[in-house]
Design a protein around this ligand. Sequence first.
Ligand code: PLP
Length: 432
Amino acid sequence: MQEPLRAENYAYEATLEYALSADQKDNLSSFRKEFLFPLQPDTQKPYLYFCGNSLGLQPKNAIAEVQSVMEKWAREGVLGHHHGINPWVDYAEQLSPQLAKVVGALEHEVIAMNTLTVNLHLLLATFYKPTPQRFKILIESPAFPSDRYAFVSQIQWHGYDPQQALIEVAPRPNEFYIREEDIYQAIEKNKDSLALVLLGGVNYYTGQLFNIAEVTRKAHEVGAFAGFDLAHAVGNVPLSLHEWEVDFAAWCSYKYLNGGPGCIAGIYIHERYARNQLLNRLAGWWGHDSSTRFQMGPNFIPISSAQGWQVSNPPILPLACLKASLAIFDRIGMQALRTKSILLTGYLIFLLEKLPGIQIITPYNSEQRGAQVSIHIRRDGKQLFDYLYQKGVICDWREPDSIRIAPTPLYNSYQDVFEFYTILEEGIKVYS
Ligand SMILES: *Cc1c(COP(=O)(O)O)cnc(C)c1O
């Protein structure tokens, strides 16, 4: 087997010349031109954009894709559902082959639908059936607030007490990210009462990438389901959900997938469940067998795939954006993207390590992180963050003292990273 690529061993240099030459050698550098960068109002210069972990940039090809839906609607009205090119009736399904590649699944294991938190609830309706023996959900801490709200409300809705039912595994005192052994220990400790392990693939706050395959194996060993919220993992790191035997997953499409604000989200259900029409779910007509859906019969017969979890007919305009973006991912492939990502993010870490007054809280090891690097600022963090913004940097502030920076391999360059470093260095001189 090939050694994993490790940015830790790479010979970086903290000079603009180095950054420029790295960009020249980067065979993905031309993709930057396919995205629209927001411009600074006074200079009309593009911002240094490091917020792909929050809202990915607009791919230029999305405009034509949306336009074509608008024109089809104008031309065909209701006929557009079933007629012409790209009929809306199976528009979501048409994206499944590309979506499946991004998450490492079979086509019938994925579908674009709804939005993330809604999908978590729909999946829990099937996969969280607590009994007095098995009722616990294990999550990471800090989990994304929306996820925690959703899980607590699910637990309460089933009549259980979150104090007992929610197991939260946090970093140890004075450590920044979670030790994987602590997750495995918590699984083992709760082995008789654990219903579900539900982690983020990549933690939203620290950028820690979990060992999804191993967590899944450990959950299965004790008879629990393994589900993942892949909001920060999809389009960021290669995934092999089917091979890893992950039971189910959900993600949003507006972060690394560049689907646009509030874009339609996606789910994955392993085929051993996706094919099972007897599984309980919260049903709606779009999950009904498509060959008889429009007979409008009284009884629900689910599609024997992840599509059977669809509830409503999907919004086509956001799907058009997602289609445009997935076409770009398809041209590159997650492996090539990951190779660049490891090196580009490694460069950022290499530079950040030279600076006083900050503490990197993301794992250095490239097997335990994606594109995001989070830093604690020792003093006056918010002022420093505002300074960065004044100087044309868009990154992301998290209370009380953290900044998240995501060099996304699709459209960020080594030059971006180097320029960010010089601005941050100046800012630290002013504020600390
Ligand atoms: C971004 C994000 C969300 C957002 O949920 P929406 O339902 O799309 O508003 C939820 N969970 C995690 C882990 C996220 O990173």
